[in-house]
Design a protein around this ligand. Structure first.
Ligand code: ADP
Length: 261
């Protein structure tokens, strides 16, 4: 993102955060949280100070994807109203899942929106180059409140190649557009599979609609991530894949363009 201003000077916990990058998808299960988490760790590997905020109260993923030590949440001694985020491999992590400890959230939208915005603002992020926001899926209350209350520098939309996902991407693009958040890229996840026996890219779900979206909306960047069985296994084990996979280096290279765009 090109914005160089501090994210939201009047929001104390975010005062020293330079860029806030929202990773969004309009459907569940397309790999949004996997992408957001690995994006955060990739940018960190590039030498930047990074945090990740999991804004999905109904289905928090971060506690599963990143197995931070379970020491509970602590208040900051110097600023007792602020919470110290968990840290894993230098990346600051915060999720409602760290607070709820596996209890389900049964709350209405406006209550959740308030909770999410309080949690992000009351976390002591300190100085960060990038804060990656793993947005809740869809274009509902929580996503809209976050866009209105936090100064988001840019959005990345994650999708899969199917037509249904395409329809939802348009909804997401329109939401960000109407809230004046620039969409810097579309990432098509699970684009293809390369089997052991040949180097051919098998496009299991078809060839996708990303080109069409890019032309229609003038989005500058598009990315493809293949189906990587290891990615799924490592995520379930609580280790960000970019830190462990041989393809991790390649993922870092791809994500570098997102951070720089
Ligand atoms: P979302 O946040 O969109 O609901 P997740 O990030 O939770 O989706 O991913 C859904 C499932 O798909 C997880 O089990 C994850 O490990 C798996 N997954 C995501 N991306 C890939 C990929 N490129 N290759 C293989 N598995 C993937």
């Amino acid at each position: 993102p090109k914005a160089t201003q501090a994210a939201q000077p009047e929001v104390e916990g975010l005062a020293d955060v330079k860029h806030i990058l929202a990773v969004s998808s309009c459907k569940g299960g397309v790999g949004k949280s996997t992408v957001a988490t690995n994006l955060a760790f990739s940018i960190s590997k590039l030498g930047k100070k990074v945090g990740i905020f999991d804004a999905d109260v109904y289905g928090p993923s971060l506690p599963t994807l990143v197995n931070t030590q379970d020491y509970g949440l602590r208040a900051d001694f110097d600023a007792p109203e602020k919470i110290i985020p968990h840290e894993y491999d230098g990346v600051k992590c915060m999720s409602y899942g760290f607070v709820s400890k596996g209890q389900r959230a049964i709350m209405r939208g406006p209550m959740v929106s308030g909770l999410v915005s309080q949690l992000i603002k009351n976390t002591n992020w300190g100085e960060l180059d990038y804060l990656v926001l793993d947005m809740p899926p869809g274009t509902g209350d929580i996503a809209i409140t976050l866009c209105q209350e936090i100064s988001i520098s840019a959005a990345l939309i994650v999708t899969t190649p199917q037509k249904l996902a395409y329809v939802d991407v348009i909804k997401g693009l329109e939401m960000f557009d109407s809230l004046k958040v620039p969409t810097v890229g579309i990432l098509e996840n699970m684009s293809y599979f390369t089997c052991d026996g040949c180097s051919k890219k098998h496009r299991i779900f078809g060839s996708g609609y990303t080109d069409q979206i890019i032309q229609q909306f003038g989005i500058k960047n598009s990315f493809e991530i293949p189906i990587l069985p290891e990615l799924s296994r490592l995520s379930d084990d609580g280790a960000p894949a970019v830190l462990a996979l041989p393809e991790g280096v390649e993922l870092v290279r791809r994500y570098k363009h997102i951070a720089e765009s």
